[in-house]
Design a protein. Structure first.
Length: 278
């Protein structure tokens, strides 16, 4: 199988960095030792962009992309672009869609799309690329039969919005992660590799990624994230589709680790991908 470079989403390492940013170099060094080629940032932990840039260069990791809250983009997009350009990031990623903008709320969704386009155009004009990172709620069906996910990308110019497909959430919603990867050939520079286990009926899943939710009646099952290869995802079709779709990177993401060691989970994900020669 052909292969792509492998990065890791730093959000999954946040417990090692949020209150101790001085650990940044040590953590990045371990990530490099595990065999990762790059990182996707999720904030700078109060560190200066030039320090992050220089540290990653010294360690030998590529700063591929950065997740930035949409509210931060709307508040001061010029600063977001300037900071991450200094780091050397190519892709700026919207990581989460607020409830009022989701396809299940048609009026809010329609009002949101022009904002996405506006942000994406400014990012494109600055020489970077705007990506959207999904969860499962984008895959609700609209009255015309389309998925909200597809409607979003159809409404916005290719140059102003591209995909960062999260394979876990796409699988939870549709069971068709490889198919969606191929569907967005040449518009999906990054594929998120995220594994999970889901059993029974689970309605309150977002508390696992830091989103406050009320407990739902009938929530009798189990949902939890796992290192790549240690959950229920079947990875060979996902990796093959990523290559066929002309993706540039795959990025490992594990939102929560429960009682497991964070770095050990990162190591396991990377070791599993070596089975396929990645």
């Amino acid at each position: 199988m052909s292969k792509l470079p492998v990065a890791i989403q730093v959000y999954g390492l946040r417990d090692l960095l949020e209150n101790t940013p001085e650990n940044f170099k040590n953590v990045m060094t371990k990530i490099k030792e595990f065999g990762y080629d790059g990182v996707e940032l999720a904030g700078l932990y109060g560190l200066e962009p030039a320090f992050v840039r220089d540290t990653l260069k010294e360690v030998g990791l590529t700063p591929v992309s950065a997740h930035v809250a949409f509210a931060d983009m709307m508040d001061d997009l010029d600063k977001v672009i300037a900071d991450y350009k200094e780091v050397g990031v190519q892709y700026l990623v919207m990581p989460y869609m607020a409830e009022e903008y989701r396809p299940v709320n048609p009026e809010g969704f329609e009002k949101f799309l022009p904002l996405l386009n506006e942000v994406g155009k400014k990012i494109h004009d600055a020489g970077m690329t705007f990506l959207y990172h999904n969860h499962d709620f984008e895959f609700v069906k609209l009255p015309d039969g389309r998925y909200g996910y597809d409607a979003m990308f159809e409404a916005i110019d290719h140059d102003n919005l591209m995909c960062e497909l999260d394979t876990c959430w796409c699988d939870v919603a549709t069971g068709q992660a490889p198919e969606f990867i191929e569907k967005y050939t040449n518009r999906i520079p990054i594929v998120h590799l995220k594994d999970y286990i889901k059993k029974g009926e689970v309605k309150s899943m977002y508390k696992l990624i830091g989103i406050e939710e009320e407990e739902s009646e009938g929530d009798t099952g189990y949902f939890g994230f796992r290192p790549v290869g240690f959950g229920q995802m079947i990875w060979e079709p996902v990796l093959e589709a990523s290559v066929k779709a002309n993706a540039k990177w795959v990025i490992v993401e594990q939102d929560e680790h429960y009682d497991a060691d964070v770095l050990e989970c990162a190591r396991r994900s990377r070791e599993y991908l070596r089975i396929f020669g990645w």
